[in-house]
Design a protein around this ligand. Structure first.
Ligand code: FMN
Length: 355
């Protein structure tokens, strides 16, 4: 079958299969494994310091000479509502005490959030060929600087309107994220209800209105789903959850196991861990926060308030108090090397196109 299309030509890759950036799960090893197989690996650096961003990029470059994307979080930095944040901290401290999880209290004055704008110079300096982003729209200055440096841009849309806005800004590639997708919603038009559109509906609607190459994201896990995405107007696919159980993923063992024995109804949307809507496998922490009735501080404040407790739970291999981001097809994830998962996706798709 013919894999070459406008997306593979634009990205200088062999197969239009992108490993989704997954902060907290993906590693330089995972991104390099996919790029080395002829797909596009993605290195997530959303919210990291410029120094850490450079370190991770350089580690990835040690492992591949092929192109890989670097992924940013393009959200505005909000002001902190001190009373809501302090009420949440007090609640988290009590909750952790009851469940034998160490909790490190944060001094609100010490909270620091890096803006993606602080990472742009590093990406240019490192000559990154593709920058993907989610949670927002890059500002005009960043778009101009990256484009002037020859960088391709890939934004995330969860509605037709978001895809149109990305197109108006001449973003080169659009990831169309359906409600099935694991992890955070890329939604950035916050004055509207959260778009909860399945990929089967969203993809053809976006393809009708937008001429940029589209990446289908959400539930893609085998040849059939890749073929379906292409039939619905995608030039390529963005695959996340299918790579979580691989050895290149830093997900804790209990998360990898839980993922594989999940059912399609186990993942739900929650704001409890980070303050932004995200899809993950339901657990005690999510239920407790939701039942507390407390107002959840917005992203990234809640994310910071829960960082230490999630890390502590991870050290205990305790999946009840850390996020298990996962899409609706999570049960199909396999504990195989990233390169094998990738090769299987390609072989299954090719088999469907054989006479
Ligand atoms: C564990 C996890 C972490 C994620 N982190 C990011 C991220 O850092 N940046 C991003 O753009 N998307 C992130 N996503 C969303 C993916 O880019 C993609 O939309 C999603 O994985 C596609 O659906 P699937 O998981 O069903 O394959 C994450 C998804 C998962 C499962």
């Amino acid at each position: 079958m013919q894999w070459t299309n406008k997306l593979t030509r634009l990205l200088s890759i062999e197969y239009p299969v992108i490993q989704a950036p997954m902060l907290g799960v993906s590693t330089p090893e995972m991104a390099a494994a996919v790029s080395n197989q002829g797909g596009l690996g993605s290195l997530p650096v959303g919210g990291l310091s410029p120094l850490r961003t450079i370190e991770l990029i350089q580690q990835t470059k040690q492992l591949t000479n092929k192109p890989f994307a670097v992924n940013l979080f393009a959200h505005p930095i909000p002001a902190i509502d001190l009373s809501a944040a302090e009420a949440m901290q007090a609640y988290l401290e009590t909750l952790c005490l009851a469940h034998h999880i160490p909790y490190t209290k944060l001094a609100m004055n010490d909270l620091h959030f890096y803006s993606y704008k602080e990472q742009i110079d590093s990406l240019i300096q490192e000559k990154i060929p593709i920058v993907s982003f989610t949670f927002g729209m890059l500002d005009d200055e960043s778009i101009q600087s990256l484009k002037a440096a020859g960088c391709l841009l890939n934004g995330t849309a969860t509605s037709v309107k978001e895809a149109e806005l990305l197109t108006e800004k001449d973003i080169d590639i659009i990831s169309v994220q359906g409600i099935e997708a694991g992890g955070h919603r890329g939604t950035f038009l916050t004055d509207e209800p959260l778009p909860m559109i399945g990929l089967m509906s969203l993809l053809p609607l976006v393809a009708d209105r937008v001429s940029k190459p589209l990446l289908a994201a959400g539930g893609i896990h085998n040849g059939q789903t890749i073929k379906a995405a292409v039939d619905l107007g995608a030039s390529g696919v963005q695959v996340g959850t299918a790579f979580i159980a691989s050895p290149e993923s830093v997900a804790i063992p209990a998360y990898k196991e839980r993922l594989q024995r999940s059912s399609e109804t186990d993942s739900v949307l929650t704001r409890s861990f980070s303050g932004r809507w995200a899809r993950g496998i339901s657990n005690t922490f999510m239920r407790e926060i939701e039942q507390s009735g407390l107002s959840i501080p917005e992203y990234p404040i809640q994310n910071s308030l829960t960082t230490a407790l999630r890390a502590a739970a991870q050290r205990q291999n305790n999946v009840e108090f850390t996020n298990m981001w996962a899409g609706q097809s999570a049960s199909t994830s396999e504990a195989k090397p990233t390169a094998d998962i990738f090769r299987t996706l390609i072989a299954q798709t090719e088999a469907l196109f054989l006479p």
